[in-house]
Write a protein that binds this ligand. Structure first.
Ligand code: SF4
Length: 291
């Protein structure tokens, strides 16, 4: 159990502290970028193809760069592109513990076909145990705040821990995926993760362009796409969608009016789950130790 925090520490600070607590060894990282350089690079890269953005990122950050991949179509295309530029490209994923079997199967295919070691980060067992003991294994179906709590514990915290290992990360985000993603830049400083650099080489690509690339290059993809899925996350929170439905309609489909986001790519603060999360981590939402 972590020691009680100083008074005044916020729930967000608690999240950072929890991520650091389970990070046993922090690698030496030397490559940094300031806002000025990032802004100039954003202008330079904005009309560039994904492969050009990746080549620029690999050249700038080398082994301190990694692709964050949930093995959806976008991440699969990015791995193929990056591997052709530099076979030493690093790839990591967050295994929430609730992934579909098809996702584990496709991870195996990447290990075999590309010979890459997919770095896997998992949630803190203690926190998951406390969460499911308090709220049940299927807590996400009961309340939006419990769903967001589960996403924080199983996705957001492990991502924060993972990103302590890199100076820059590559995501498969596209602007037309959801309203919250419409303004993403191909390169930006990621202030939610300690000021490292975040790349989105596919920002201006459409879903069709991604699939055209996958088919043209025989890129392995998740078998659930052939069963009507268009966006793939955890098994209990993802389902197939009808023809013409929005790709993210199959994510947390039982919720109405809630963001189709988990908090990995944008901060979600509802005034609900944050205090429960702080309680799970060992103190209340005001930063005081539980009595
Ligand atoms: Fe939990 Fe569902 Fe979020 Fe996965 S997608 S972390 S199971 S709430």
């Amino acid at each position: 159990m972590s020691p009680p925090p100083e008074p005044g520490i916020t729930p967000k600070d608690s999240v950072m502290a929890a991520a650091a607590r389970v990070q046993t060894e922090k690698p030496e990282l030397s490559l940094i970028m300031d806002e000025l350089e990032a802004g100039e690079a954003a202008v330079e890269l904005d009309d560039k193809e994904p492969q050009e953005v990746l080549a620029w990122a690999i050249d700038r950050f080398g082994k301190e760069l990694a692709i964050c991949c949930s093995f959806q179509a976008e991440g699969c295309a990015l791995i193929d592109m990056a591997h052709k530029i530099d076979p030493r490209i690093r790839v990591f994923t967050i295994d929430t513990g609730r992934m579909p079997q098809e996702t584990y199967d496709v991870i195996d295919k990447y290990r075999q076909r590309y010979g890459i070691e997919v770095e896997i980060f998992m949630p803190d067992t203690d926190v998951v145990q406390q969460m499911v003991t308090r709220h049940g294994n299927n807590l996400f179906y009961n309340d939006v705040n419990l769903r967001l709590l589960c996403c924080q514990v199983r996705k957001v915290l492990p991502l924060r821990r993972a990103l302590m290992n890199y100076s820059a990360w590559v995501t498969g985000l596209r602007r037309d995926q959801w309203a919250t993603r419409s303004n993403i830049r191909k390169i930006e400083i990621d202030h939610d993760h300690g000021g490292i650099v975040k790349f989105a080489p596919l920002a201006d690509w459409t879903e069709d362009e991604v699939w055209d690339y996958i088919r043209a290059n025989d890129v392995p993809y998740n078998a659930l796409y052939d069963k009507g899925y268009k966006s793939i996350g955890c098994a209990p929170c993802t389902r197939a969608v009808s023809e013409g439905q929005d790709a993210r309609a199959g994510r947390w489909w039982w919720e109405t009016g809630a963001p189709k986001e988990c908090g990995m790519h944008c901060a979600i603060e509802t005034g609900g789950f944050e205090h429960e999360l702080a309680a799970l981590l060992g103190h209340d939402g005001d930063g005081h130790a539980k009595s």
